[in-house]
Every structure is written in structure tokens, then in C-alpha cells.
Design a protein around this ligand. Structure first.
Ligand SMILES: [Zn+2]
Length: 289
């Protein structure tokens, strides 16, 4: 009751608007208005075998399943969902997207057999700058619906890659080569919050929230051990999460690092897939601003 009153009060002094079309949101709407949600340029891959995301990995690495939720075109209003999440301090958008994606896939077998969710890690410097990892926020939304645990400890990113837009297509795979590594005893588990990341960078002892500790207790314990047959992800089926599938180079690089764990199985899920040639339904005129 108090929360609703608080939200109504905030709504009066600072009206919430749809991130796509800018129209005011009604209390039951979140991030996107109903019209823009209905008109989202979904891929309708629904995790089906042989979709374009899966085909990208064929012949490169073994994966179980892969899918992307919506088409991403940076020149349409729908791109604001991603740009606001990544560059305008709107972490709640990630949770919203995660819930939306999980609900879309709930009636498929996409989550079947998956043991945990692995958000693609950011380099500590970029996460410190952004304040959060957008893939972790998306993973949190998915976890709320699927109740799968999130593992932010088993893999870390050594460095931030250059922005893909600044890199020639042919150089993108080289740009992200070997930028991921598994957690080991000397580095401990990879931290998830900016302060933890800074602390880790400075060699301080890390602390975790009670929720994080509960979700990843087993994984953290084992992440402190060398990579061997008792690694916590040995024989596990992990779901790797990223925001946009552009060239696939970053996801491929992270998957290659994970594949050094014996028996690991990998599935991949992204919010968007970039590329005009894959563009789906025509957008309403009001959304092309
Ligand atoms: Zn709208």
C-alpha cells in the first residue's frame, strides 16, 4: 500500500513515460507502453533449433541451444531500450527485459536442463563506470521467472574490448580473443558490484550480499579451486546471457573459455540481434523517431 502511494506520488511529480514512444505510462505498465510492447520487433525464434543465432555457432563451438528475443536496429526508437539500459543508468530496464524474455520462453523447452545462468561479465573498469552489469540485470529478471541461480563468479573479463562500432568487422574476433578467463585461486571469484570490483582490483577482501551468497554459495566455493574435474561447472549446463548479438565474437570468446571446463554444456540467450538483413516486422510510424 505504502509502495503504491509512493509510486503514485512519484508519478505525479515525475510522470513515467514509455521508453519507446514517450507517452505516459499507466500504473500497470512498466518501461514500455502496451502498444509498444505489442509491436516489439520480436524474432519469434522462441529457441527453435536452427535459428540464425544457433547457426552462427555451428562449426565453431558445441552449443545446446541459442536464441535472441528481438531484432535490434540502432536507427529505430526500440533501440532506446538498450541504449538507456547501457548508457543512462536504467538498470531496471534489464530486469524488465529479463522477465519479458523468460515469460516468452516459458512455454518452450528453452530452459529445460539448464543448471545456472551466467551473465557475460564486464571488465571492472567498465562496470565501475556504468555502476552495474546490464547482462546481470537481464539475468536477474530471467531468474525471477525461472528460479535458476545466477553465477557471477566462475568467469571474469580481463579487459574491456573496444566498442564494436569503433572496430573493423574483420578485427572484432581478434579484439576479443582471450579476454575471458575462469576464476582461479589467485584471483578468487570475480566480483559483481563496482565496489567489489574496485576492491578486487586493489587486492582487498571481497564481500557479497546475502542474496548473492545464497544464489552462488556452491559455485563460489568451488570457484576458489583450480580448474579440474571437480570444478563446480563440470558437467553443468549453463545459460550465457548478453544484451545484443552483433558479430557473436564476444560470446564466442567467452564460450571458448568456458569450454575448458570438462563436460560443460552451453546455451546462449541475448535480448537483441543486430543486423538490417534480419529485420522483422515493419515498425509503426510513431516508433521511427
Ligand atoms: Zn510506447
Amino acid at each position: 500500500m505504502l509502495r503504491k502511494l509512493f509510486h503514485d506520488f512519484i508519478g505525479v511529480i515525475l510522470p513515467r513515460t514509455c521508453i519507446v514512444c514517450g507517452r505516459p505510462l499507466v500504473p500497470t505498465e512498466e518501461v514500455c507502453c502496451t502498444g509498444c510492447t505489442i509491436n516489439m520487433p520480436l524474432t519469434h525464434y522462441n529457441g527453435e533449433a536452427g535459428n540464425p543465432i544457433e547457426r552462427y555457432f555451428w562449426g565453431k563451438i558445441p552449443i545446446v541451444r541459442a536464441s535472441a528475443f528481438m531484432h535490434y536496429n540502432p536507427h529505430t526508437a526500440y533501440a532506446r531500450i538498450i541504449t538507456q539500459l547501457k548508457y543512462n543508468n536504467r538498470p531496471e530496464i534489464g530486469i524488465y527485459l529479463g522477465r519479458l524474455i523468460a515469460k516468452e520462453l516459458t512455454n518452450t523447452n528453452f530452459f529445460e536442463g539448464i543448471d545456472c545462468i551466467l551473465p557475460l561479465p564486464l571488465a571492472w573498469s567498465r562496470q565501475l563506470q556504468r555502476g552495474y552489469n546490464q547482462s546481470e540485470r537481464i539475468a536477474k529478471g530471467i531468474s525471477e521467472i525461472t528460479h535458476l541461480p545466477i553465477d557471477t563468479k566462475s568467469i571474469r573479463r580481463r579487459k574491456a574490448n573496444k566498442k564494436q562500432t569503433q572496430t573493423h568487422k574483420l578485427l572484432r574476433h581478434e579484439n576479443v580473443k582471450d579476454i575471458f578467463s575462469l576464476a582461479n585461486p589467485s584471483t578468487s571469484a570475480s566480483p559483481s558490484s563496482p565496489l567489489e570490483m574496485l576492491g578486487a582490483h586493489l587486492g582487498n577482501t571481497q564481500t557479497h550480499t546475502a542474496q548473492q551468497a545464497q544464489q552462488t554459495e556452491q559455485l563460489q566455493t568451488h570457484a576458489l579451486h583450480p580448474i579440474h574435474n571437480t570444478h563446480p561447472l563440470t558437467g553443468k549446463h549453463v545459460l550465457l546471457i548478453d544484451d545484443i548479438f552483433t558479430t557473436g565474437a564476444t560470446l564466442l570468446s567467452c564460450s571458448q573459455a568456458l569450454l575448458s571446463i570438462p563436460g560443460i554444456r552451453i546455451s546462449i540467450l541475448t535480448v537483441g540481434v543486430a543486423g538490417q538483413h534480419r529485420w522483422g516486422p515493419k515498425l509503426p510510424e510513431e516508433c521511427k523517431r
